[in-house]
Write a protein that binds this ligand. Structure first.
Ligand SMILES: CC(C)(COP(=O)(O)OP(=O)(O)OC[C@H]1O[C@@H](n2cnc3c(N)ncnc32)[C@H](O)[C@@H]1OP(=O)(O)O)[C@@H](O)C(=O)NCCC(=O)NCCS
Length: 165
């Protein structure tokens, strides 16, 4: 896994050493209105979680878990993007940025770089995103990235959007 750069945005492979900077961004209850994860309980808990994720794979070894921390032009950690790479060239993507970094094109840039890397270095041919249908920001981001609606799970209050890479 390597660092990626797009314009002034840098994506660094996420490691436990990012915990302090990332905690300042993720320690915000208002970030998780549309996300199952409710954020880290403490910086220590986040460091432990990031350390576990450094294996970059699921416990059964069947999925690659790729996480990048996203820095902006000033070098500040703005959040993260992630991909769960499954068999048959499919990857599920997700992304969370701190609120003060929204609407600056950072998620679009970071996801564009990640999707290019997934296609070029990990053999991914199809990207998938599962989200709350009321998550307007995420829907707008996916639309701009070229994803299209694929299906809805009404009971789970989730929609699935896809893009061929
Ligand atoms: C979703 C999220 C990552 C978007 O990040 P962002 O950096 O603000 O997105 P960008 O600035 O790259 O914007 C991408 C597009 O979405 C649009 N957009 C972003 N937020 C929007 C909003 N709240 N309402 C409408 N459009 C929005 C932008 O205008 C842009 O489209 P445009 O260039 O055509 O105008 C951010 O809102 C976030 O972290 N949300 C909380 C976590 C979350 O819900 N994650 C997704 C779980 S599925």
């Amino acid at each position: 896994m390597r660092s990626l750069r797009i314009g002034e945005i840098v994506l660094e492979p996420q490691v436990a050493a990012h915990a302090a900077e990332l905690f300042t961004v993720l320690d915000d209850p208002d970030l998780y209105g549309f996300v199952d994860d409710k954020g880290p309980a403490s910086e220590t808990a986040l460091r432990e979680r990031l350390a576990r994720l450094e294996s970059r794979q699921s416990p059964d070894g069947l999925e690659q878990w790729l996480n990048w921390v996203v820095r902006n032009a000033t070098g500040a950690v703005t959040g993260y993007v992630q991909a769960t790479v499954r068999a048959h060239g499919e990857a599920e993507i997700a992304y969370v940025l701190g609120r003060r970094f929204w609407r600056q094109g950072i998620a679009f840039a970071a996801c564009s770089a990640m999707l290019e890397e997934l296609a070029g270095a990990y053999g991914v041919t199809r990207a998938v995103a599962t989200l709350d249908p009321d998550n307007i920001a995420s829907l707008a981001l996916l639309r701009k990235l070229g994803f299209r609606f694929e299906s809805e799970d009404i009971a789970a209050h989730e929609v699935r959007h896809v893009r061929d890479l």
